[in-house]
Design a protein around this ligand. Structure first.
Ligand code: SAM
Ligand code: SF4
Length: 484
């Protein structure tokens, strides 16, 4: 039995992995809001718990199974105490990749839903409520396909058309910034990566769909939008006349929406960074000067083995072109150390590329062999201790660069979107154009505004500023500054 009908049912979603999962979790919450589900503060009080999972590295996907064990124990405890039932579901990329294997390993799981099937969630939950759970692992696995417990088909266009849009209150509760998925899937098949298998082929949403969702978000109070896609700069959605539109042109159309103050996008592939998109960075004031452009390795030999289809020189030339269009561009990257066959010299090439580019932020990973990807079967897998040593050196370098980027901001004046209360009383938190976390003393009434802020100090993970107002005249280079 779930909670009595008079009380709203409660949903708790635990999200792992990337921003696309964050977006998807919100859309699943929107879908279940239509069935009367409200947010639970934690699994303890939930009637339905969904784990929105990540399969990108082994650690990420193994976490899911231990969490499922904890949830089953929590449910058993609650039922033993005479409490309400709890449905347990697995969503996201582990659901897609492992499907019925999840039900085989954990027969107490009530539903498994892949990223392209979220529009089926309400009917899957309704079926799960009526279905007996006390099956053996074998029965569960045999029945899984037939009893609607597992949905992992690919039908992306359908998903976006059928998922309900959030209502204004839900958007408002999520804050002043929002994600908007414009593209899903990937056709690149880097030899280390599961995404082409878990998210399927590359699909772009039509331009009008994107614009409509963006307008609704802005009407509900969103000031900053981040467009999402596994390969967002490969976006090629169709316009009203059936013509493909690239990401640069899409950004131009979004920039025309009144009230939308800031645009960002992630994640990009170096091969899809075309002239139109670079020009958008030159021309659009609303497009923030921050580019996440993963390179993975600085060694051509390894880039080839990774099937990245770009060289180190291609990447460096691209960075030069981007900086020519927008000189203050902050560059961020992803790196994998210990891909099979990576020698000390290959790793040194990665370090030298990092020094050459100068990153504002970086995400560094040890290579994790993923079943079914070509990399997993390659000879010369790098020992774990070597990977760990290289990761530590790369982290030292990229952390030093990130801090140097923060220190270089001190003394500059920049626009900061004030998003929320800070950690200390009287403090607000926001983001600089370069995605740095900024904190400063300001009244709560300024939440939801963009202010000119002079950066006065840089910490390890954030920078501190003070609002530059007419009441506090500034000298020299800051004379143009005034409250926004
Ligand atoms: N589409 C993006 C691109 O082209 O780089 C990346 C998307 S992927 C979800 C995010 C990052 O995870 C990758 O850039 C890569 O650095 C890392 N990653 C992917 N597969 C990995 C693996 N098998 N082991 C370690 N890191 C991995
Ligand atoms: Fe994975 Fe490569 Fe596709 Fe990025 S481009 S999602 S790393 S296969």
């Amino acid at each position: 039995m779930t909670a009595p009908d008079t009380q709203p049912k409660k949903l708790f979603i635990k999200t792992y992995g990337c921003q696309m999962n964050v977006y998807d979790s919100d859309r699943m919450a929107d879908a279940m809001a239509g069935e009367g589900y409200v947010a639970a503060a934690g699994p303890e009080e939930a009637d339905l718990v969904l784990l929105n999972t990540c399969h990108i590295r082994e650690k990420a996907s193994e976490k899911v199974f231990s969490e499922l064990g904890r949830l089953e124990a929590l449910r058993a405890e609650r039922q033993a105490a005479g409490g309400a039932d709890m449905l347990i579901g697995v969503a996201g990329c582990v659901a897609q990749a492992e499907g019925e294997e999840i039900v085989r390993r954990m027969p107490g799981v009530d539903l498994v839903v892949g990223p392209q099937s979220y529009h089926h969630l309400p009917e899957m939950v309704a079926r799960a409520i009526d279905r007996p759970r006390d099956l053996t692992a074998r029965e569960a696995a045999t029945r899984a396909a037939g009893d609607g417990r597992v949905a992992t088909e690919f039908a992306l266009a359908e998903k976006f058309a059928l998922l309900p849009r959030p209502n204004r209150e839900a958007v408002r509760a999520r804050g002043l910034t929002a994600f908007l998925t414009v593209q899903e899937g990937c056709d690149k098949f880097c030899s280390f990566c599961v995404v082409p298998y878990t998210r399927g082929a590359e699909v772009s949403r039509p331009v009008e769909d994107v614009l409509e969702e963006a307008r609704e978000l802005v009407a509900a109070g969103v000031m900053e939008l981040t467009l999402l896609g596994q390969n967002v700069n490969a976006y090629h959605g169709l316009d009203g006349d059936g013509r493909p539109v690239g990401l640069g042109a899409l950004l131009r159309r979004l920039a025309d929406i009144p009230g939308l103050m800031r645009l960002r996008y992630t994640t990009s592939h170096p091969r899809d960074m075309d002239d139109e998109l670079i020009a958008a960075h030159r021309d659009l004031e609303k497009l923030m000067p921050y580019l996440h452009l993963p390179v993975q390795s600085g060694s051509d030999r390894i880039l080839k083995a990774m099937n990245r289809r770009h060289t180190r020189a291609d990447y460096l030339r691209l960075i030069e072109r981007v900086r020519a269009a927008r000189p203050d561009m902050a560059i961020s990257g992803d790196f994998i150390v210990g891909f099979p066959g990576e020698t000390d010299a290959d790793f040194e090439a990665t370090l030298s590329l990092v020094r050459e580019v100068g990153y504002a932020s970086a995400f560094c990973f040890k290579y994790s062999p993923r079943p079914g990807t070509p990399g997993a079967g390659l000879p010369d897998q790098v020992p774990e201790d070597v990977k760990a040593g290289r990761l530590a050196r790369l982290l030292d370098l990229t952390t030093a660069q990130m801090r140097a980027f923060g220190r270089a901001s001190v003394g500059r004046t920049m626009d900061v979107l004030l998003e929320k209360k800070g950690r200390l009383p009287g403090q607000l938190g926001g983001r600089s154009p370069y995605l740095q976390a900024v904190h400063l003393a300001a009244p709560e009434s300024l939440i939801g505004t963009i202010q000119k802020v002079e950066i006065v100090a840089a910490g390890n993970n954030s920078i501190e500023g003070k609002i530059v107002t007419d009441l506090e005249p500034k000298s020299g280079s800051l004379v143009e500054s005034s409250a926004a």
